[in-house]
Design a protein around this ligand. Structure first.
Ligand code: EPZ
Length: 419
């Protein structure tokens, strides 16, 4: 059913919002469940279409999955398939991490190349080269990758770029092996530490996640465990942008303060006050935001690329010019055309967006083109005069649970309607 979000802007937000479990932590952990021989119980698993899709893949592969609210139980039947249908693979990028998990468990995997947000070319060369170093034979043909190995052989791998997905894939490939693997220049994102913690609870022997080098001592068997997924730092920063854009004061609950740290400077520079108490952040925003001189996205612990677009949206009505530089993806700026349609003045020079603050934005009919760009349109709709209709909601539903419900509770005038 085609749906749209209808937002009547210019409402102040107040009250509190609770952040859900992190999508980008839950996805590789769900993939990792094919390695476990016993039941895994996950709590705080967000209700998102990407999670639904991953569960569908697990069921196709031969796992029994039950789900009640934010609790998901996964039991590997012991008879796994080595392939995933194209329609399931093409819905999201993170399904590539099944390559490592299935190859570790079965010695082979036959997967289609994954889909995901259209953020520019998203090759998997780093995954593939790393697998080859670990004695996995790879054949790429007509959009498919076939992996096979008689035995994973440990190696010292130097990643040319600290890719999140490649780091996760190597961890899953080698966790269940009888060899030692080192990943140098590994991704350091909190979701990598979370994957290490989960695998270790299941009996793996992995250390170093969060640092530059991860050491994986393979084990023969992984059992089940109970694990609660860490809070979503990107969902939290998105609600910070919603508060800042509307000159509001709100409390954001269930956050990990340390993981929010990389975005704090931007909100401070914009004039917001932030008080962190335990796992809660109170953010108070001025009526008119200041410009943020320069934001450059970087790998963790730098400024996260996924937090960028909502911040660009809020800076559209700031006092002065904000310079935003995207270094991770080539096409992060798909939503900027729609923001300009709403009255923003944003120019793109290759990877740099120059955001000239304007007085006001005005409601318009706009389309979400990717997940975080969709969140930026919601942000713009909240601060615009008049009504904004956002279509193509499947992008937003990949990463934000109950967005209209949460925003309504905070006092926004937002509804989901049939198109
Ligand atoms: C993860 O994507 C996240 N997805 C992304 O979140 C996030 O934006 C990204 O990390 C960066 O933080 C999940 O965790 C499911 P990468 P991933 O491999 O693993 C290039 C969101 O909105 N690259 O670190 O795909 C690649 O093209 C999403 O929730 C290669 O060139 O990120 C990109 O430019 C979107 N070759 C850059 O590295 C490779 O083999 C970062 O990719 C792998 C990556």
């Amino acid at each position: 059913m085609l749906e749209k979000l209808v937002i009547n802007g210019r409402k102040q937000l107040c009250g509190e919002v609770k952040i859900h479990g992190a999508k980008n932590a839950a996805l590789p952990i769900l993939c990792a469940c094919v390695l476990c021989d016993e039941k895994v119980v996950l709590k705080n698993c967000p209700k998102l279409s990407d999670i639904d899709n991953t569960i569908e893949i697990l069921e196709y592969l031969g796992c029994k999955v039950t789900r009640e609210e934010d609790r998901v139980e996964i039991l590997n039947s012991g008879y796994l398939k080595d392939n995933i249908p194209k329609n399931l693979m093409s819905k999201m990028r993170s399904s590539i991490v099944f390559l490592g998990a299935l190859t570790a468990k079965l010695g082979r995997a036959n997967l289609f190349l994954p889909g995901g947000c259209e953020l520019g070319p998203r090759p998997v060369d780093i995954h593939i080269k790393s697998f080859e170093k670990l004695n996995v034979c790879i054949v790429e043909q007509r959009g498919k990758i076939a992996c096979s190995t008689d035995k994973i052989k440990g190696a010292s791998i130097n990643l040319p770029f600290p890719s999140v997905g490649a780091t996760e894939n190597i961890m899953l490939l080698t966790a269940l092996s009888d060899t030692k693997t080192l990943i140098h220049n590994a991704a350091r994102e909190p979701e990598i530490i979370e994957l290490q913690n989960f695998l270790n609870k299941c009996g793996a022997d992995i250390s170093g996640a969060g640092g530059n080098c991860i050491v994986i001592n393979g084990v023969k068997k992984l059992h089940g465990c109970y694990h609660s997924i860490l809070p979503d730092r990107i969902e939290a920063s998105t609600y910070m942008s919603f508060a800042a854009a509307t000159g509001s004061t709100i409390s954001i609950k269930n956050i990990c303060n340390e993981h929010i740290e990389p975005v704090v400077f931007a909100f401070r520079e914009a004039g917001c006050e932030m008080n962190f108490v335990k796992n809660e952040l109170k953010i108070s925003s001025p009526k008119k935001l200041n410009r943020i001189a320069h934001i450059k996205t970087l790998v963790y612990p730098g400024f996260p690329t996924d937090s960028g677009m909502p911040i660009i949206a809020m800076s559209a009505i700031a006092n002065g010019t904000t310079i935003f530089e995207e270094t991770i993806f080539q096409n992060r700026y798909n939503a900027i055309g729609a923001l300009n349609k709403m009255g923003a003045n944003i120019k793109i020079y290759d990877r740099i967006a120059v955001v000239e603050g304007v007085e006001n934005l005005y409601g318009a009919d706009v389309e979400a083109t990717d997940l975080r760009g969709g969140a930026a349109l919601v942000c713009a709709g909240l601060m615009a005069y008049g009504t904004t209709n956002i279509t193509q909601l499947h992008h937003i539903d990949r990463g934000y649970e109950n967005i209209e419900y949460n925003l309504s509770l905070l006092g926004a005038d937002i509804k989901r309607e049939k198109e």
